[in-house]
Design a protein around this ligand. Structure first.
Ligand code: IVH
Length: 651
């Protein structure tokens, strides 16, 4: 190999590596790569003064430092303000729009890792500095050079700071922890700690072995003349950096919310951990005029995902029997405060899940609480096992009534209709908020009523009397009377509440409402075909209704008699008019309140919606109409003034 060939070979190896690491899309085999790599290595050994600094051999990390040197960023590295809900996001947006009412937004993931500032000059990576306090960080250039998703050279000659997050993929994280456990080392609590720890290794060969990944999210000092951040980032990606798993430009709150929901829902499928979405004003000029507070840019915000993880210990695994008889294993864990809430239990879903995750009593586990969702165990720290952990057997008998269980694989069911757990839970469900909403009839009271024998079924609730209640322990006059009043109050309830309260499999609140709107109480006589014809109700749901009614008709009829539910009036068909069956959005101030105009339009058979989309047929606007009007124009939706609307009505 001569020098020219050597240079070509280095280029070729870098091209292979780029496709492999950055694009996730290899263009050759490991064998071809390794062969060329060794040829390059051999050439370099014979010609040590000709070694190119972007040769892949320079990424191996053979530098051991005594310590890191402090280094100053060319321009400051900022933090981000956090928001945790839509309301706070709205407030942030309002502040932004006040500064620039034409602001648009670039949304990308908030990666959970360690931030790093790369400085390129003359197209070469010259320095990599950790964030530090934002002004000064540590020079870890030797380590950064081992990260294969950091180009050592870029095709851009001006000085530029490229900033991003160094992360460890979840799969890699598990491998590292396994390895550490095998070697008797402490395992990393999460990928973020693993990334940060790996970046600050004095021995760069350790960093090299960790398969860190760099994801760019912005630029510091630069002379790029690109007016939009989104376009700037596209340029940065094109220099050989990795792109985010999801990115979008948005104009409206609704668009931002949509991207957020999508990212939040998809994030389990991403290779790296995210802890939120970052929303940034897209126009660079606008960013500059908005400026910074002491800590944050005014033009960016981190919209956090509601998830937090902690390590805890499984104390026990107990079995719960639901109203449908399904047995759910639940882990009782060492009480752990997660983001202000003390978590004591975590759902295990079913026995297949316990087996899949190999969860044992006394195991140390990582537990995740996200939003209002019941906490779940996401991982067992197997390397922390002492050896006395106990496996959990699949149950064969109902833990409550003792009857034999039906094991269907994913689900294990108690089939005894009179099993106490099933009855008590169906009564609790019947009285719950989303069903009949009987105040004061919660878990404890239902259990007490059942144990004393006064309430053995849902119908028994309605034959409770003051005497019966007063005879029970803990029931004073006032409490008893309140309960009786609450029960009396649910008579005349909306019909959908009764349908929902029946607890028909696959039928929740939404389906109950549609059944009620379409059939009223006659849903009990509806055929499967008639039920399927309802929008949003499928075959399985329809079958479930028909079967439930077949088995429980007498029971339903008695409940109807007791409750006398209210059935919605069938809507009178509106006369022909220009607004009938149209989807309309109202905006701006009008001569009457918008609610009044909305009701008027609805009485004409229109559907009045809150936001403009392609499905909108018309936007009717008053004074000071804002973004909804603009969006209508943008989408080519018909727009009408209030007067024009009234004119059409008069005609
Ligand atoms: S932008 C000028 N974008 O979050 C704004 N930061 O809480 C500065 N981070 O120190 C940061 N993903 O380490 C930005 N897409 C992203 C990010 C991101 C992760 C980290 C970064 C920063 C911290 C701020």
């Amino acid at each position: 190999m001569n020098y020219e060939e050597y240079k070509k070979a280095v280029e070729e190896l870098n091209r292979y590596a780029y496709h492999y690491y950055v694009e996730d899309n290899p263009i050759t085999t490991d064998e071809v790569y390794d062969k060329l790599y060794h040829e390059v290595l051999e050439y370099e050994e014979n010609n040590p003064y000709q070694v190119l600094d972007n040769s892949p051999t320079q990424r191996v990390g053979d530098v051991v430092s005594e310590g890191f040197h402090k280094a100053v960023h060319k321009s400051r590295m900022w933090s981000l303000e956090d928001v945790f809900n839509e309301e706070d996001l709205k407030k942030w947006l309002a502040r932004v729009f006040k500064l620039d009412d034409r602001a648009a937004f670039y949304c990308e993931p908030k990666y959970d890792g360690a931030s790093l500032n790369l400085y390129y000059e003359g197209g070469k990576l010259v320095q990599a500095i950790t964030r530090g306090d934002g002004v000064t960080g540590e020079d870890i250039t030797q380590n950064a050079r081992t990260i294969k998703t950091i180009p050592l050279r870029i095709d851009y000659m001006e000085p530029i700071e490229i900033r991003g997050e160094v992360v460890i993929f979840k799969s890699e994280f598990e491998k590292i922890n396994e390895e550490r456990a095998k070697n008797g080392e402490n395992i990393f609590a999460n990928p973020r700690n693993a990334a940060a720890g790996s970046l600050r290794q004095l021995d760069s060969s350790i960093t090299a072995n960790r398969n860190l990944v760099f994801l760019p999210y912005g630029v510091g000092q630069n002379t790029l003349d690109i007016p939009l951040l989104s376009k700037k980032m596209e340029f940065i990606y094109s220099l050989g950096f990795k792109t985010p798993p999801h990115r979008a430009t948005c104009k409206w709150l609704l668009d931002i919310e949509k991207v957020y929901e999508q990212m939040k829902n998809d994030r389990d499928s991403y290779e790296m951990m995210l802890d939120g979405m970052v929303v940034k004003v897209d126009q660079v000029e606008s960013q500059e005029s908005m400026g910074y507070t002491v800590k944050y840019p005014r033009w960016a915000v981190a919209y956090k995902f509601p998830a937090v993880e902690k390590i805890t210990t499984v104390k026990d695994i107990i079995l719960q029997v639901g109203r449908s008889g399904v047995i759910t294993p639940v882990a009782v864990v060492e009480p752990t405060n997660i983001d202000g809430v003390v978590v004591e239990r975590a759902t295990l879903h079913n026995f297949d899940e316990i087996q899949r995750k190999d969860i044992r009593i006394k195991d140390k586990v990582i537990i995740l609480r996200s939003g209002d969702v019941i906490p779940k165990i996401i991982k067992v720290l197997e390397h922390e096992r002492a050896g006395d952990e106990a496996e959990v057997m699949r149950p064969t008998e109902c833990p409550v009534c003792g009857s034999e269980l039906l094991d269907e694989g994913a689900l294990i069911k108690c089939q005894n209709l009179t099993c106490k757990a099933r009855v008590v839970n169906s009564i609790i469900y019947f009285a719950s908020k989303q069903c009949l909403n009987i105040d004061g009839l919660g878990d404890k009271i239902v259990k007490a009523l059942f144990d004393s024998g006064v309430v053995k079924s849902v119908e028994d609730i309605f034959s409770l009397t003051l005497d019966k209640l007063l005879a029970l322990e803990g029931f004073k006059e006032k409490k008893s009377q309140n309960l009786l009043d609450a029960i009396e109050n649910v008579k005349g309830c909306d019909c959908w509440r009764l349908i929902n309260a029946l607890g028909i499999e696959h039928i929740g609140e939404v389906a109950s409402k549609s059944l009620c709107e379409n059939f009223g109480l006659n849903f009990i006589d509806a055929s499967k075909e008639q039920i399927i014809s309802i929008d949003g109700i499928g075959e399985e749901m329809a079958e479930s209704v028909v079967e439930f009614v077949r088995v429980n008709k007498e029971h339903i009829l008695r409940l109807i008699e007791i409750l006398d539910p209210k059935v919605p009036e069938p809507k009178a068909e509106a006369k022909e008019n220009p607004f009938k069956a149209k989807t309309i959005v109202l905006t701006g101030s009008m001569s009457q309140s918008r609610t009044e105009i909305k009701e008027m339009l609805e009485s004409l058979g229109a559907k009045v919606s809150g936001s403009v989309s392609k499905k909108t047929d018309m936007v009717i606007y008053g004074d000071d109409a804002g973004s909804k009007y603009d969006k209508a124009v943008e989408l080519g939706v018909q727009t009408l003034t209030e007067d024009e609307m009234r004119g059409m009505l008069d005609e």
